[in-house]
Design a protein around this ligand. Sequence first.
Ligand code: GAR
Length: 220
Amino acid sequence: MSSFTTRVVVMISGSGSNLQALIDAQESNELPIKICAVISNKDNVKGLERAANHNIPAFVISHKAFPTREDFDARLMEIIDAQGPDLVVLAGFMRILTPGFTEHYEGRMLNIHPSLLPKYQGLNTHQRALDAGDKEHGVSVHFVTAELDGGPLVLQARVSIAADDNADTLAAKALKQEHVIYPLAVKWFSEGRLQLQNNRSYLDNKELPLEGIDLNDAEY
Ligand code: GAR
């Protein structure tokens, strides 16, 4: 392994299919990363099994054990920082993070969200796209800032909405694209090509458009 391996902590709350996509990319040497720990705020989730299957240390830290969000986030920071990560990857981590936390990892924390941000921040994104009569939906990777699902965009992929789609079929289509764009964005970061500067995303020192790069236009 090269000495430039990017140390990554992945945070999950559930199935961890995006975690799996990153593990697979790491193991096939597509990404110069080492996933040094997985942190879940929920016990008994599939993502923890995935970590165990690949001998990745996992920490379960329930938000319910802490009186305030600040206390929870302070403990999270202790656990994360003990791993000495270069990058924190939120992969279905379903907790709102405090500004103290997001500032601490500014420029080194990414999130994936199941919509074409800035559309549909928050929950139930697939149903909301259907209810709005959208013809197109998608997924987004962005740097994390204090604004929920609102940080500078890096990469998006689109999926078309068919007349017979429901929230489940649409979620499945979207998830497939998540497994393409998240490893790609992590690759760019780990190669030192992706940066956050002045609240904008840069790739190869070029400021990205506000909506990030469209996967279809990506020649990387
Ligand atoms: C993914 O669809 C991800 O975009 C979403 O949770 C799912 C996790 O799936 N994240 C959010 O909604 C964050 N706002 P996974 O556990 O199988 O990777």
